[in-house]
Design a protein around this ligand. Structure first.
Ligand code: G3H
Ligand code: ZN
Length: 281
């Protein structure tokens, strides 16, 4: 069944676990994510950034997920991740996404609130839930040398509460020491900040940049109020490594439907480990 990110986050909050939100941009990764969830009998959020959706096709992605979710009998939310404009948000919703994340965290606070409010109005009138962001989560979903969150980008709990009240977003993504991508040095999440934001905001919190965060910190963050964890880089890495391994050698298989199942399997194993970690299964 197709649900909203908000519905799955509220279920997670009530059950004291976090729901995994995984990015896909190919059919193999889409299958890997949904099959992992089905094998663990778990709900899941599957998402594309604008770039991923432009590659795969918004409509193709949403239709494929709907077909597979019904075939596998699992609860799935289809989310636009880091939507940057009202146009892409509208396009995703019209293509059948059940949820959107509007990320104008690089704008000043006033402009961020203005655009987020427009998104909330459009999305809510169509039964679509909205994740908003204040305080910037930097980096990109790739393997990097070394970087830490920049000073002054962490979310202030009071400002988060005001932003949530003014915009009416359903789920909140903050900056609490997390960063997109994988780095030589693991990030240090500010657990107290997560606790304060969860208390002041009253809505489910989302943790971006889930790749490369040590399991112990993920567990603490969920206890502190995180209901959704986004993971992309670790899936991209598994996909590339598996593909390289399966295509290596003079006698390597050349039939895609013969070597791609192994790639799906390798990505699926990463997704399953994350779902187990987030859900405490
Ligand atoms: O929005 C996507 C996520 O925040 C992914 O972050 O690539 O560090 O796992 P990650
Ligand atoms: Zn993110």
């Amino acid at each position: 069944m197709i649900k909203t990110v908000n519905e799955l986050c509220e279920e997670a909050r009530a059950g004291h676990y976090a729901i995994g939100a995984f990015n896909a941009s190919t059919l193999e990764v889409t299958k890997a994510i949904l099959q992992a969830a089905a094998e663990l009998k778990s709900p899941v959020i599957i998402e594309t950034s604008e770039g991923e959706a432009n590659f795969e096709g918004y409509q193709i992605f949403a239709d494929t997920v709907k077909d597979l979710a019904s075939e596998l009998a699992i609860d799935v939310a289809i989310n636009l991740d880091h939507g940057k404009s009202l146009e892409s948000i509208k396009y995703a919703i019209e293509s059948g996404y059940s949820s959107v994340h509007i990320d104008c965290s690089k704008m000043d606070r006033k402009d961020n609130i203005k655009l987020t409010k427009q998104v909330v109005e459009f999305a809510h009138s169509r039964g679509v839930s909205v994740e908003g962001e204040l305080g910037h989560v930097g980096g990109s979903s790739e393997v990097h040398e070394g970087e830490q969150p920049k000073d002054g980008t962490l979310t202030d709990p009071k400002e988060a509460a005001e932003y949530i009240k003014e915009t009416g977003v359903d789920v909140f993504a903050g900056s609490y020491g997390n960063i997109h991508g994988m780095y030589k040095d693991a990030p240090h999440l500010d657990i107290e900040r997560i606790e304060k934001i969860a208390k002041e905001s009253g809505i489910p919190l989302s943790l971006h940049g889930g790749s490369g965060i040590p399991d112990s910190q993920i567990k603490e963050a969920i206890k502190a109020g995180i209901c959704k964890v986004n993971v992309n880089t670790e899936l991209r890495k598994a996909y590339k490594e598996s593909l390289e391994k399966n295509l290596r050698g003079a006698n390597a298989e050349i039939v895609p439907y013969k070597y791609l199942p192994q790639v799906i399997n390798d990505v699926k194993e990463v997704v399953k480990k994350k779902i187990i970690l987030f859900s405490g299964l």
